[in-house]
Design a protein around this ligand. Sequence first.
Ligand code: F6R
Length: 264
Amino acid sequence: MEVIIQPTAEKAALLVARLIARRLRAKPAFVLGLATGRTMEQVYGHLAEMHRRDHLDFSLCRTFNLDEYVGLSPKDQHSYRYYMDQHLFSRVNIDRRNTHLPNGAARDLGAECVRYEELIHDCGGIDVQLLGIGADGHIGFNEPLSALRSRTREKALTPATIRQNAPLFGGKASAVPRRALTMGIGTILDASHILTLVTGAEKASILAKAVEGPITSMVTASALQLHADCKVIVDEAASKRLRGRDYYRWIFRNEPEWQEFRAR
Ligand code: F6R
C-alpha cells in the first residue's frame, strides 16, 4: 500500500483523475471499477474536463460500479445508475452498453449477484478499481464484519452508513434504502490496481484505522493492506491521524514514479 498526501481535496481528486487518465491512454479498452458518493464527484468532474479539453477517450472503456441500492429503479434519481449518468457517463464518450451496475431492482437478487460476478470475470477482471471509504470504514457497502473473502451479494446498511448517505436523500435518513447489492471484499481485492480517495477531517480517524491499524472485518477498508498494488490518495485534513505522515510525504517528493505528478 502507498499513501500519498495532497494539500487539498481538490488536488487529491485531480491526482486520482490523472492516474486513471494515464492508464486509460495506455490501454483504451481497460476495465474501470467505479464508486459513487460525494468524494468521487470531483474525480468525475476532472475526467469529464479531460475528455472535453484533451479528448480523453472512453469509447472502448468498460465500467463496473461497486454497488447499488436494493429496490431503486435505475431511473430513480437516488439510484447509483442515475448518479453515474449525471456525474460521468453523460459527460464523456462512453458507450452506455459498456457501463454496468448491479441491478438493485432485480426480482432475484441472489441470481443478479452471480450474474454480476460472471460479467466481471467475462470482461477479463477489473484493471483499476476506484474506492472511497465510508464513515464506518466500509469499502463498497461491505459493512463491519463482512467476510474478507466475500463476493457480490446483498448487504444490510449500518445506521452510520444510513446517516452518512442521508444528505443525498434530502437529509432524510428514513428515505435511505436499508439494503444494497455490493461487490464483496474478495471481488474488490481481485482488481489489478486499486485507487482509494479519502478527504476531509471527518475521515481522519477511520482512515488511520484502515491504513495503519490491524486488518479486521470490523473496518473492511483495512483489507486493502492485503492488496499488492493499492494507492491511497488523501488530503491534509484526512491525513491528520496518520503516524507515518512524514514518510508518506517523503515518498511523494522523492520516488521516481511520482515525478510527473510533482511537476504540476
Ligand atoms: C459508493 C461506495 C461507498 C463510498 C463511501 C464514501 O459507491 O461504495 O463505499 O465510497 O461510503 O462515500 P462519500 O464519498 O460520500 O463519503
